[in-house]
Design a protein around this ligand. Structure first.
Ligand code: FES
Length: 491
């Protein structure tokens, strides 16, 4: 019998990006029934799905083999208490189904006896009794026959214990809670723009209302919810996790940059590392209790210690899903005081850097279209942030990254890009080198024209002004609507 699952769960079960499955729904290859997909239809579309190939068993086996891999266990499995609660609820559901089945079975058997009695009273002369009795016996035989188990049902049951599925209202966004993550951590890892402040249970900004399902506390919190709020089902998302396999929350998410407050945080330098000649990685870390809320693709002003007015604006090169670790790619430039200090050896691990922001509107739109990212030189920084955010969202049907370097050693993160390309079927990476950014943009446009301009896609373009202007002009000339192009000048 078909089992119905959400698109999110369906994508997890067959191991494809949610966007790829949604595209097949739009193409009419698979039908939705009230937003749900039947496991029969899924198996027809992905007949090769097998439990052994899904990675689920692998994950469980891995855990058993690496008995001392505590961190791995924490990432994959919830705490013992949460696991026990989810198992308890699943067992309750199973017991309920079993009880109903036993009652139906008893009812069918007693009806059969009654029919036999009526048939006997009629002297076995009424063919209608014979026909109904035959139908009953055949039906019972079919219902009690042993059939091969539906692999997707088994996988779905396993996933329900290992991870919980959360739906956010009114947006309809969904995410999965895995391991020891709180609702806030899991939502952020999935790329949602949830409201929060401290991340440690003291500010109350992450309040959400639980409208169905159960939660469990996963961290102590100081913020006092009123009795009224508690009665209405409010909890702190940073201090709770999902205790049931399905959960619905009510909360507002940030719509765009205007919903993100400007913050000032004193961070410390975690690492400084040369990436290429003339390009350094600056890794800043916020205090555990004061993280930075930002959107992928935004910028920060970085300033040195009080009394020192060395500061400069740089795009963040990391994903908002890790709001403690902020990465920046800094180029050697004489007009950038921070870069001068960095390349001069005046900034090292443990030093303080004050960050102020975020700023900028080069952010990811919610779109069902394939995503095309085009970067030149350090334009790769905001593009990488957007790309990592898009990977967390897992909603794009496909992604392509084009990276132009105006110096031979300019693809300083090429290994990472190739790793994405190898790991993801729906991701393509192409590298270009030309010392003239505008000519390089033209070459990139030619390559895109070969296989992308015919596809309705959303384009994100970042780099020096000459590159951005040239590529955007080519995109517009090829008929890409202006509304599907976002661009950012990164000098
Ligand atoms: S983010 Fe501050 S209490 Fe949750």
């Amino acid at each position: 019998m078909a089992h119905w699952v959400t698109i999110w769960r369906a994508a997890q079960l067959v191991g494809v990006p949610r966007g790829a499955l949604q595209q097949r729904v739009r193409a009419g290859e698979i039908e939705l029934n009230e937003g749900l997909v039947s496991t029969d239809a899924l198996l027809a579309l992905y007949p090769r799905v097998r439990l052994e190939e899904s990675g689920l068993l692998e994950r469980v086996v891995q855990i058993r083999d690496e008995a001392f891999g505590r961190r791995l266990r924490e990432r994959v499995l919830p705490s013992q208490e949460v696991l026990a609660q989810r198992l308890f609820r699943q067992s309750q559901e199973l017991a309920d189904v079993q009880r109903h089945l036993q009652r139906y079975h008893a009812l069918v058997l007693s009806l059969r006896e009654r029919l036999r009695g009526l048939d006997a009273e009629a002297g076995g002369s009424d063919p209608r009794f014979t026909e109904v009795l035959r139908q009953l016996n055949d039906g019972l035989a079919r219902a009690l026959a042993t059939e091969p188990v539906d692999v997707l049902d088994v996988m779905d049951d396993l996933l329900k214990v290992m991870s919980a599925q959360v739906t956010v209202r009114p947006s309809g966004h969904q995410f999965t809670v895995e391991g020891h993550d709180s609702l806030l951590q899991a939502g952020m890892k999935a790329g949602l723009k949830l409201n929060y402040g401290c991340g440690n249970g003291s500010c109350g900004m992450c309040k959400v209302r639980v409208t169905s399902g159960q939660v469990a506390r996963c961290m102590p919190s100081d913020y006092p919810l009123s009795e009224n709020e508690k009665a209405q089902g409010y909890v702190l998302a940073c201090a709770h996790t999902a205790a049931s396999s399905e959960l619905t929350l009510e909360t507002l998410e940030a719509g765009g940059p205007e919903d993100i407050p400007v913050q000032t945080i004193v961070t410390s330098v975690r690492a400084v590392r040369a990436l290429a000649k003339g390009t350094m990685l600056l890794h800043l870390q916020t205090p555990r209790s004061h993280r930075l809320r930002f959107l992928a693709g935004q910028w920060l002003t970085l300033g040195l210690a009080a009394g020192d007015d060395t500061h400069a604006m740089h795009p963040i090169a990391s994903c908002p899903c890790d709001d403690r670790n902020l990465l920046f790619y800094i180029a050697r430039r004489d007009d950038d005081a921070l870069a001068v200090r960095l390349f001069g050896g005046g900034l090292k691990a443990g030093d303080s850097v004050t960050v102020h922001g975020p700023l900028g509107r080069f952010v990811l739109d919610e779109t069902p279209l394939p995503l095309v990212f085009a970067a030149c030189d350090l334009g790769f920084a905001p593009v990488k942030s957007l790309l990592e955010h898009a990977l967390s969202l897992d909603a794009a049907p496909s992604m392509a990254l084009f990276w132009l370097a105006t110096r031979p050693d300019g693809h300083f993160m090429a290994n990472q890009c190739r790793a994405w390309s190898e790991a993801l079927d729906t991701f393509e990476y192409s590298a270009f080198t030309h010392e003239d950014a505008a000519i390089g943009a033209g070459q990139m446009a030619t390559a895109m024209r070969a296989d992308l301009f015919g596809i309705d896609s959303a384009f994100y373009v970042a780099g020096p002004a000459a590159f951005v202007e040239a590529l955007c002009a080519d995109l517009l000339a090829a008929g890409v609507p202006q509304a599907q192009i976002r661009s950012e000048v990164v000098p």
